[in-house]
Structures are given as C-alpha cells and as structure tokens.
Unconditional design. Structure first.
Length: 535
C-alpha cells in the first residue's frame, strides 16, 4: 500500500477545518477501499483533523479524491501502481506490424526495444509506446492496462514476416530462428521488468504453412519448447490468432488454415483461445488481403483480450517478482487460474490479510495465515469477504482421474455416467467412483474429458453435472468435434451444496445411435475446491 496525505486548503490558501474526505475509484462514482496505517479498513468518507490534515492508505489503482467542508471543495487525482503484467508476442508480420490509428495508448504500457524482423537483435531496455501507431500486441497490452489500473504492462515482441512454423523448431538458421530470438530477449527483458515469468503469449503464425499435415504436431512441439523455459509457466494463457479468410485474401487455403488453427487452440482449451480474425469483416479494418490496418490491429488486440479475460479482465497480481498462486495445506495447486491476489480490492500487502478473487465467477474471499514456501503461497484459512462469518480452515482439493484409457458407449439420448476411480485425493471423503457428495458449502467444480477417437466431424458431445438421477442439470458444456474426431470437452461451475445431494458427471451424444468413444485417461479428470465451507 501507499499513503496519500494532504492539508486541505481553499482557493485563497486558507486551511479547511475538519475537511470531509471522499475517495472514489477511477470512475469517480464508486467508493474505494481505503485503510489505516496498520492495514485495518478506514471509513470512506472520513473527516480530517481540525488543522485540515487528512491521510489514508490504498492499494494499486487510480483514485479520485474530494476534500470538502461546506461550499469549499478541492479535488485530486492519485495513482498507485505496483502490479506487473508480462506479454510475449510472436508470429509473422501481422504480429509486429504497426500502423497509424488515433486511439490513446496508456502510459503504463512498455515495449522491449529489440529490432522487429531482425532475429539477431537483442534489446536492452523497455520504452514507452509512441502515440499514434498500433499493433496487435500494443492493443492487447493497452486493454490489460485499462482493466488493471494498478499494473504496468510489458511486451516482448519477436516476429518475422512470412516465416513458417519451422522458425520456432530446431534447425533454423540464425537469421530465421524466431524461437531462439524469443529466448535471447526474454532473459534480459524479464530481469529489466523485475518479474520471473510471463503472463500471456500471443501467437499469430499461420499464413505460411498452417495447412501442412504436420502443423498440429509442430505447434505442440513449439509450445513444449516454450514451456521448457522457467519463465513460461505451463498454465500460461495462449491466444492463437486466425488469419484472413479466403473471401478476403483470395487464397484458397486460408479457410482451411483457420480450421487448423481452431483445432490447435481447442486441443488444449484450458490454456488456449482461438481469436476469430475473420470476424473483423469490415473493409475499413484491412490494409490488403492479408494484413490489417491500424484500426484493425486495435480491434484484434481487444478481441484477444476479451476472449482470454472475459468480462472481468482480472489478471495476476505479482508479489515482488513472484507470480502469486495458492496451494492447499497438502500442497495441491488451487491457483494460477482459479484464484488470484486482488490487492486493488484489499489494499493489504502480502503477507497480511488479502483478498483472493475467483476469476471465473467474480467472487471475493478474504484469506489469512498464508504460508509462502519457494513454490508459492499456501492458504490456511479463509472466509467470504464482506461478511462477519468465522474463519474456515482449508483442508484441500478433491481430485480424481480416470481409471485408464477405455472405450465408453455414449448414448444419443439419456446419459452415460462417467466415473473417476484411478487416482483420488479426497481429504473430505466426498468422492467414490462416480458420485460426488460434498459437505455444506460452495464448491468450484471442474471436469475435463479428452476424447481420442470415435466421433465424426461436427458431432456433439454434451457433458453435464447433474443430480444422481440425471433429472436436474447444474452445469453443462458442449464439444463439437473437429475433423480429427478428437479433442477436449471441459466444464466448470459453482455448486452450492446442502450436504445431502450427490452429483454425477454425465455425457450424451448428438447422433442417432450410441457411439463408442475412446477416452484418454491422462487428460481426463474431475476436481472440486471447497471455496466457502459451511457458510
């Protein structure tokens, strides 16, 4: 937190006695969360001293402050910035091209100064973005900055026009080795930014070679190479951009390239999002058949941010140089995607009491007694923020795998119960092979089922969480099969358990007959986190 203080005076320089101080968030309407020096909440509005002195503490954010007494008013703008968000952008020319557009770029966005298109260039510092020109990565970063006023946003962009995916695979010549250029720049860049890992990756490569039969396998090898670096967490969200459609480019293969790019994104849907560039249909957004103009890149970056972040746009807050995440007391990970520190809401620095936000469902939980080993933070006690409920102990994560690869007969109607029996971590004793019967509380439930084969292009599989009879559906998700006949269907939601009902995972198909499908056990799991026990 940082302190704001002032002696309130009128226009003539006279002290305003006992000024009434009101602190708003950046919209000038919402009252901000403010604190005393010891970290306890402070009333808002509050009254300054007889001598006109006023003081409070607040976490990262942009604030509007009003001091008044009677008809005398003074206004201040104040910013606290300490968060850091890091983006790696790579691909072909559409990833590094900058073109004029008149929109404003936040002064909290910084770009690494390597020379674009030169795969031997290694930068040495971050620079502010010059106003007037936009690229996809600048637009994406600007959207993050706007949604996160308490954070700086850093971009490293390494791209080479016209380069096929071979530029990210072993064996490229130095002048065409885009992957090695990314790695060479990342070391000094993360050091200069004061972080130890990236938060997002933007991938716009496909105009050259995406219809090659080996592209999906090559793409997986590229991502595996990136994930082998300590600065690239496995759970890093990846935006996979589509390319110009055939109707615009005039190239017969471009619609097929988009299908391939959709496929590589959906094959790991937990961490990848396809960015539907063909949806930018207006002629006013394109410079030529393959490349957007400045306004087009502006919209492409915003489209990517909305796809990855959703409506809330909440992103990780860094404690020092380490990305925050939460584990339970048994060491099981319940963070990096489920919970993120939100110091803008709490204003309380680690390791004191903080606010943890469930990013998917926009719920805040207050936590305390956080233990921080080298692997990250661990949560011991929590309660729903804004309530007077007692502190609750966190006892772990329910986790279950499939019992091995198997063929399941998915019916066209009704449902097939999917069981999880192989590897179970269940400190609550809630899980048997097919039925999940949780104690009273709110449960964040996730299911992922990977289908290896057995479904045809365009067929659907619907996965649901229902009651034991299947008569009531609580959460559902639908998977539309690609041409390969394989892929992952995922669903996630909150269950408010009364402690007596059992829940099952069911699946059904869309064909006219039952379909035998092959389930890949290594990518099929069930998990449930008790996020608000007994409340």
């Amino acid at each position: 937190m940082e302190a704001w203080q002032a002696t309130v005076q009128d226009e003539a320089g006279n002290t305003v006695f006992n000024p009434q101080i009101t602190v708003y968030e950046s919209d000038g309407v919402t009252l901000a969360s403010i604190f005393n020096e010891d970290g306890t909440p402070k009333a808002n509005p509050f009254t300054g001293s007889l001598e006109g002195f006023a003081q409070f503490w607040a976490g990262p954010g942009v604030y509007k402050i009003r001091g008044a007494n009677g008809g005398q008013t003074e206004l201040w703008d104040w910013s606290v910035v300490s968060g850091k968000i890091f983006i790696l952008a790579t691909g072909q020319s559409n990833m590094f091209r900058e073109r004029p557009y008149g929109a404003y770029v936040s002064d909290r966005v910084f770009r690494w100064n390597n020379v674009q298109g030169d795969m031997t260039s290694v930068g040495n510092s971050f620079e502010k973005i010059s106003p007037g020109n936009w690229s996809t990565s600048i637009s994406f970063a600007n959207e993050l900055a706007e949604r996160n006023p308490g954070s700086y946003v850093y971009i490293v962009n390494c791209a080479l026009g016209g380069r096929g995916i071979e530029g990210w695979l072993p064996g490229s010549s130095p002048e065409e080795d885009v992957y090695s250029n990314c790695v060479a720049n990342m070391g000094p860049a993360i050091s200069a930014a004061g972080v130890d890992s990236i938060d997002y990756m933007l991938w716009w490569q496909g105009e050259n070679g995406a219809t090659d039969i080996d592209y999906p396998n090559n793409f997986e090898e590229v991502i595996t190479r990136f994930r082998s670096n300590v600065w690239f967490p496995y759970s890093t969200p990846i935006a996979v951009f589509g390319v110009s459609p055939t109707t615009r480019s005039g190239r017969n293969g471009d619609d097929g390239r988009n299908l391939v790019l959709q496929g590589v994104a959906s094959s790991d849907g937990a961490f990848r999002k396809y960015i539907n560039i063909p949806a930018l249909a207006s002629n006013s957004l394109w410079q030529d058949g393959l490349h957007l103009n400045g306004e087009g890149y502006f919209h492409a970056g915003r489209m990517a941010a909305s796809s990855i972040l959703g409506s809330s746009g909440f992103v990780p807050y860094r404690i020092g140089s380490q990305l925050s995440f939460i584990r339970d007391l048994d060491g099981y990970n319940i963070g990096t995607g489920e919970f993120r520190f939100n110091t803008s809401a709490s204003g309380v620095p680690f390791p004191m009491t903080a606010i943890v936000k469930n990013t998917q469902y926009d719920q805040n939980f207050q936590v305390q007694e956080i233990v921080r080993p080298n692997t990250g933070a661990r949560l011991k006690r929590h309660r729903r923020s804004g309530t007077l409920t007692p502190w609750r102990s966190v006892n772990g994560l329910v986790y279950a795998n499939k019992s091995g690869s198997e063929v399941q007969n998915i019916p066209p109607t009704g449902f097939r119960v999917v069981s999880f029996t192989n590897s179970v971590h269940d400190p609550f004793g809630t899980m048997n092979s097919s039925v999940f019967t949780p104690p009273v509380g709110f449960w964040d439930v996730s299911v992922s089922i990977y289908v290896d084969s057995g479904i045809s292009d365009g067929e659907r599989i619907i996965v649901k969480i229902t009651n034991e009879s299947g008569s009531s559906t609580y959460i559902s998700s639908e998977f539309i099969a690609p041409a390969s006949g394989s892929g992952q269907v995922q669903l996630r939601g909150i269950i408010n358990s009364d402690g007596s009902n059992g829940y099952i995972v069911t699946a059904e198909g869309s064909g006219s007959i039952a379909k035998p499908i092959s389930i890949n056990a290594d990518k099929t799991y069930f998990s449930a986190i008790c996020i608000d026990a007994g409340i």
